[in-house]
Design a protein around this ligand. Sequence first.
Ligand SMILES: *Cc1c(COP(=O)(O)O)cnc(C)c1O
Length: 427
Amino acid sequence: MNNSNSIFNRAKKVIPGGVNSPVRAFGAVGIDPIFVKSALGSKIYDVDGNEYIDYICSWGPLIFGHSKKEFISGVEEIMMRGTSYGLPTEIEVSMAELIVDAYPSIDMVRMVSSGTEATMSAIRLARGYTKKNKIIKFEGCYHGHSDSLLVKSGSGTLTYFEPTSLGVPSKVVEDTLVAKYNDIESVKKLIEMYGDDIATVIVEPVAGNMGVVAPDIKFMKELRRITEDNNILLIFDEVITGFRVSYGGAQEVLGIKPDITCLGKIIGGGLPVGAYGGRKEIMELVSPLGGVYQAGTLSGNPLAMHMGYKTLKALKNDKSLYTKIENLAIYFENELNRIIQDLKAPLTVTRFKGMLCIFFIDNEIKSYDDVKGSDLKSYAEFFRKMLKEGVILPPAQFEGLFLSDAHTKEDVETTIVKMEKVLRKMY
Ligand SMILES: *Cc1c(COP(=O)(O)O)cnc(C)c1O
């Protein structure tokens, strides 16, 4: 038994499943998890002394890679002045100014501590603003784990949606409608059926939680148009894509202005942060200005703001990083496609800017329906073999691979060589 195994055994006794977020248990890949000791740049080191090229990047936040010296220095000085006050600080204002400056759709922004809080609050705000009740989300999109968003379409019908978690009363998801990603007709149908009572449509402008599924630009433009026409607020959940696919997020790439934007992940630079923002007249409804209540003991925490501010500032100062990461992702994609074609393996690579996914299915990929039949057993085998080769991929098929500024061409070349070796044995 190695060190990871023995820590996991201790963990399972005192933490449900031994982990503080389910995917970390490696359940989908059929082995016990590695426990991390440290990380630097593009590499992770486990408690058994193994080194891995990391394509998880903490599930998105680490666009500069792990432990970037320039960001971490100064944290101690900040801590010496106190870790949290429950009173306002200047760095929160500077952070908000940076975000407002980067997103033309955002006049005002409120900091929270996670992406889950951001989307939950954004939905409350949309309901408060429109004075309507129902919301539309898309199958395969994830917006954190608040009750009303843990729902999927029920068997066969367009009118029945079931909770995806125990403990969520069906009454709570009664007002959550589920549409099909990249399928405008599915949205139109719901609007026809429930027209006057739909407060908001929440969408990942680039889907990153069913693997990476790129948006159809016509679909997104149409979605913007019909929400506007029907007095429905459009929420872009840019918790992954914000400051990742470009400095101004997916909305900048797509040229679409949502009413409310949710941010998270990158804006905390690896510390717990989320945010939601939008037009002034909407945001003015948030307490203490307006009647939509929302609060947080650790919201705008000085350490998190410090890390977030340094990350955003560095991104702003050198936007060439986005091209660099995208080019690396394109190289990765091309090499993978070469291997797939060569082996005639039933795999499909999807990519949007620097976000990438290797699906174990041979399909055109536009919605959850296209990926749900993926060969999960083969993905698990691929993951395990790549882990042995010193490359850590997301421990589940329906997650994206993230590259960072710290990933080098050599990292990706090494990864490709190992992937080719592993896939050659599998196909
Ligand atoms: C990660 C994620 C969330 C949830 O954020 P947490 O910080 O994990 O609560 C919400 N929406 C999207 C699109 C995400 O990827």
